[in-house]
Design a protein around this ligand. Structure first.
Ligand code: FES
Length: 141
């Protein structure tokens, strides 16, 4: 006989399943963590590909994985411009539009600002960014 499990979600949504528990673990799409592969290309040409949990910013992914070309001095509050990056131009359409605050901060980046310049702290990992390549400038300060 299959195991029967009944789950009360914190959201108040309840559902029941009549499946073997092992299968449930693989079918629980609500509990699945989506990982996004992001490749950072340092100014030196070194490439570092990391898996980022959905919702993490590209700045967090860089600073927690030893990517030296991003500093992230303000911790991601869009107030320092030390997370400047150049996004693969072919993927610009996959990104959310830059906010007014981000556009204002991009005026203060240390390296050349280009049409594909973005602040890595404002870009969040998720399915639309899968496989994204970001190039890092020579300097952030
Ligand atoms: S980390 Fe400061 S603006 Fe992005």
């Amino acid at each position: 006989m299959d195991a029967f499990i009944h789950i009360s979600q914190p959201t108040g949504v309840e559902f029941s399943r009549s499946q073997p528990i092992k299968s449930y673990a693989f079918n629980n799409f609500k509990g699945k963590i989506y990982m996004t592969h992001i490749t950072y290309v340092e100014a030196s040409g070194e490439q570092i590909t990391v898996d980022l949990q959905e919702g993490w910013s590209l700045m967090q992914g860089a600073t927690t994985n030893g990517v030296e070309g991003i500093i992230g001095e303000c911790g991601g509050s869009c107030a320092c411009a030390t997370c400047h990056c150049y996004v693969d131009e072919a993927r610009l359409g996959d990104l959310p539009a830059a906010s007014e605050t981000e556009l204002a901060m991009l005026a203060h980046v240390a390296a050349e600002r280009k049409p594909n310049s973005r602040l890595a702290c404002q870009l969040k990992a998720g399915p639309k960014l899968e496989g994204l390549i970001v190039h890092l400038p020579e300097t952030q300060e």
